[in-house]
Design a protein around this ligand. Structure first.
Ligand SMILES: NC(=O)c1ccc[n+]([C@@H]2O[C@H](COP(=O)([O-])OP(=O)(O)OC[C@H]3O[C@@H](n4cnc5c(N)ncnc54)[C@H](O)[C@@H]3O)[C@@H](O)[C@H]2O)c1
Ligand SMILES: [Fe+2]
Length: 350
């Protein structure tokens, strides 16, 4: 779990004070900031001291193992070691920060650690400051990376942040569509966790609370205000805690295949898939469609039209590789239920 959590409007102002005890003489703090903030006044609020450095995190594409290795190698070459890494941004920046921190102390390439419990050593001190709410990446024990052969996280006890700062003010300027797609990541986490076979009281307690907050924001309310940002940030936290002790399900397994082949981003990819999952999550999909309409969001259609057999097979193989997700969704006999043919039909609907 995350070591320390600070929540509240303007809590970002405490960053300087929070990281001060973790500064090591002569070693910089590295601020990895989502490129959205590159030319924004927000940059002036970053508490730079001594030889600290601000790096822009290029999140045009979701994090790749090659990019993680490049950042970590650059930092090692330039500074030897750093005091810590502070990630400020959406889920992609959260994941990049966690992965770079781990690769400062673990040998080889981040691709070597894609899987479960492969990471050998704790990373350097790492802090997460989310600026989008929904992924739960701020609390999870994984960092999702696309590598040479797979899209899979570095799932380990060393992966969670040492500290997170949850300041809902930082999410206030997110574009409406992006906010919805990332928010739906949380909603879908809840549905997949609460209907899954891995469910337990821990996951249920957090999942139900997160779902209730998502509904307040996207179902009940008819405008967006500060309270919506506050609630969605806590929904993301609770949703992340829920899957920490269970798993996601069909939407994520299928969306990973889409993202691997077509580079479709996580939030929107989940929405494209979930829209077609009535068979597995009838109530959730019904409510999802209501939220899409109410919030006037477009969900892209027919994105797999015209793909070749080989391309379909690539997506199917990536997707079926996510065994724990399928087992959570469909039970131990999932392979008998979700055959390659059935999955092909599902991909063709997207
Ligand atoms: N580690 C985990 O447990 C976990 C869980 C779910 C998703 N993820 C990962 O999270 C990523 C998706 O994250 P995301 O949905 O937060 O999107 P993102 O981080 O990819 O960002 C999407 C876009 O929003 C911009 N952005 C970020 N903050 C903004 C702000 N405040 N205002 C305006 N624009 C802003 C970014 O620059 C980017 O263009 C994927 O890479 C996915 O794999 C990780
Ligand atoms: Fe997700």
């Amino acid at each position: 779990m995350v070591g320390y959590v600070v929540y509240g409007r303007s809590s970002f102002n405490q960053l300087d004070e929070i990281i001060a005890p973790h500064r090591i003489e002569g070693k910089p703090m590295i601020f990895l900031v989502d490129h959205f903030f590159e030319d924004k006044p927000f940059l002036a609020r970053i508490p730079i001291r001594g030889n600290d450095q601000v790096f822009s995190a290029d999140v045009t594409h979701e994090p790749k193992t090659a990019y993680v290795d490049e950042l970590a190698d650059h930092l090692k070459e330039k500074f030897g070691m750093v005091s810590g890494i502070i990630g400020i941004g959406g889920g992609s920046t959260m994941d990049l920060t966690k992965a770079v921190s781990l690769m400062m102390t673990n040998p080889g390439s981040s691709a070597d650690y894609q899987g479960w419990d492969l990471v050998k050593f704790p990373g350097v001190y790492k802090v997460g400051v989310p600026t989008l709410s929904g992924t739960g990446a701020e609390v999870s024990r994984t960092t999702v990376l696309t590598g040479p052969t797979k899209k899979l996280g570095m799932n380990s006890d060393f992966t969670p942040f040492d500290q997170i700062i949850l300041d809902p003010e930082l999410t206030s300027n997110a574009p409406v569509n992006q906010r919805f797609y990332t928010g739906m990541d949380c909603y879908i986490h809840c549905i997949e966790s609460l209907t899954g076979t891995y469910l337990n009281e821990f996951s249920k307690s957090y999942g139900e609370r997160a779902l209730e907050l998502c509904r307040k924001v996207f179902v009940k309310k008819d405008h967006w205000d500060d309270e919506s940002d506050d609630q969605l940030m806590m929904a993301s936290y609770a949703g992340g805690m829920s899957i920490a002790y269970s798993q996601v399900g069909v939407a994520h397994a299928v969306s990973y295949g889409l993202s691997y082949l077509l580079g479709i981003k996580h939030g929107i990819g989940n929405c494209i898939v979930f829209d077609k999952l009535e068979e597995f999550y009838p109530e959730g999909v019904k409510e999802f469609k209501f939220m899409v309409e109410k919030n006037k969001i477009d969900i892209p259609q027919k994105i797999t039209r015209g793909l070749t057999d080989e391309q379909f097979n690539t997506m199917i193989n990536v997707s079926l590789g996510m065994k724990p997700l399928w087992e959570n969704a469909l039970g131990k006999d999932w392979e008998k239920i979700m055959t390659k043919e059935k999955l092909r039909t599902l991909f063709e609907k997207l």
